[in-house]
Write a protein that binds this ligand. Structure first.
Ligand SMILES: Cc1ncc(COP(=O)(O)O)c(C=O)c1O
Length: 420
């Protein structure tokens, strides 16, 4: 195993954390694997009830960094459900839609998949302290995995811009919290500087070991689909770590002969935080960071760190990038919630983007689509309350406010006459 720069090809040993090449490029983990990949091993581990093999990440360990069992920190994560959702498929306008709910991970978001691998690597290389910048979910995951590993953690968050639930999780798991007067991008710059200065192990997705764990979203998804890829995989894009991991996972499965063709990847950004979309529209000839603003706070990112790796995913899969309004995100979220599945606003960009791409004729109506939901509904209850009870609730098609009555049967019949 070693690290390789995606820009200049320079290599580095993997027994320490290097987050960038000397040339400034991002690094990939390269795993030397010999022999054919035995898929039946993945099936066998499905019966494990505890421990490393129970993990929906380490189940695929032949395709992951070869870390010793003794350093593996697992909760165990993954094992998220794949929901067949004909009603939402019809609303989006496609023949088949399945939703992989990464909000069902231990801390409520996909971040746990990357965190088990990166925290295990941190222990392996002897890290004494870990840190991250975060729009909320990374901080909750870092705090939980650091607590499990017995490592002190510092998280840098944009002041007032993360949901109360995510902040509450991070506080509860015991990480030291630094609130930055500025946005996520400012927090990201400061944590990278602090990591260099003080020898802190950085747990953001610029750390290539995070992306190794996040590859397993695709491994587990395709395993659940009998290794028969959908036509499209749709996911939200913020810092673009997941987009990068999806591309790497697909390449590795294809090279190992596990899948015979690559699905196309569609990345959906919030219109107010869409630098990747703008670059895509310009044929990737130019890239400009933006000042981000969106209700989907998890993807409120104006200068995504994994831009160059994410671009590789789009090139490799003949992928597309779209941007959707906050209104479209919140309507899609209300529909996912109403289907009994639920997700946080950033995750709903997936469904909003799919519907838009079908309506624009980019994704054909006959397509089979797998959408990734990245975070749990309970991650942002403020967004739920605002949609259903806020000042604008009357304009929201699926608003479902509680009704207040006097405690009498007559009053009850008055408001529930249609269902009683
Ligand atoms: C719920 C949720 N969805 C999507 C994203 C975006 O993922 P990425 O930064 O890998 O693009 C994040 C990142 O924080 C997130 O928390």
């Amino acid at each position: 195993m070693h690290l390789r720069c995606v820009d200049c090809g320079e290599t580095y040993p993997a027994d320490r954390l290097v987050t960038r090449c000397q040339c400034g490029g991002l690094l990939d983990v390269v795993i030397e694997r010999t022999g054919a990949l035995d898929r039946s091993g993945f099936d066998r581990r499905l019966t494990a009830l505890t421990g490393i093999e129970r993990s929906g990440v380490w189940r695929y360990r032949e395709l992951l960094p070869p870390l010793p069992d003794a350093t593996i920190v697992t909760k165990p994560e993954g094992n998220t459900n794949l929901y067949e959702v004909p009603g939402l498929a019809a609303w989006a306008g496609v023949a088949r839609l399945v939703l992989k709910h990464e909000g069902e991970n231990p801390t409520g978001s996909f971040k746990d998949r990357g965190m088990t691998v990166a925290t295990s690597h941190a222990l392996w290389v002897g890290a004494q302290i870990v840190a991250c910048a975060s729009t909320g979910n990374t901080s909750a995951s870092v705090a939980a995995y650091a607590a499990t590993a017995g490592l002190p953690a510092i998280v840098f968050i944009p002041e007032g811009k993360i949901s109360a639930a995510k902040l509450g999780q991070t506080i509860a798991y015991g990480a030291r919290i630094v609130q930055i007067r500025g946005n996520f991008d400012a927090a990201m710059a400061l944590v990278q500087d602090a990591a260099r200065r003080y020898g802190i192990y950085l747990l953001n997705s610029i750390n290539p070991f995070r992306l190794e764990g996040q590859k397993t979203i695709v491994f587990e998804l395709l395993h659940q689909m009998g290794w028969e890829p959908p036509d499209w995989i749709v996911l939200p894009g913020g810092n673009l770590g997941n987009t990068s991991a999806v591309g790497k996972a697909l390449t590795e499965l294809h090279e190992a002969g596990v899948i015979g063709r690559l699905p196309r990847v569609a990345v959906i950004q919030a219109a107010g935080a869409a630098p990747f979309y703008e670059a895509y529209r310009a044929g990737f000839r130019e890239y400009h960071p933006v000042t981000p603003e969106t209700v989907a706070t998890a993807i409120r990112i104006g200068d995504p760190v994994s831009y160059s790796k994410a671009r590789r995913t789009i090139d490799l899969t003949n992928g597309v990038v779209a941007a959707v309004s906050d209104e479209a995100i919140m309507e899609a979220k209300a529909r996912i919630d109403r289907a009994g599945i639920g997700c946080e606003p950033a995750s709903a960009a997936t469904l909003a983007g799919l519907r838009q791409l079908v309506s624009d004729g980019v994704i054909p109506v006959g397509a089979s689509v797998a959408g990734i939901l990245t975070g749990h509904l309970m991650k942002d209850t403020d967004a739920v309350m605002d949609y259903h009870l806020g000042p604008d609730a009357a304009n929201h098609p699926l608003a479902n406010p509680p009704q207040v009555i006097d405690p009498t049967p007559a009053a009850l019949e008055e408001i529930l006459g249609d269902v009683l």
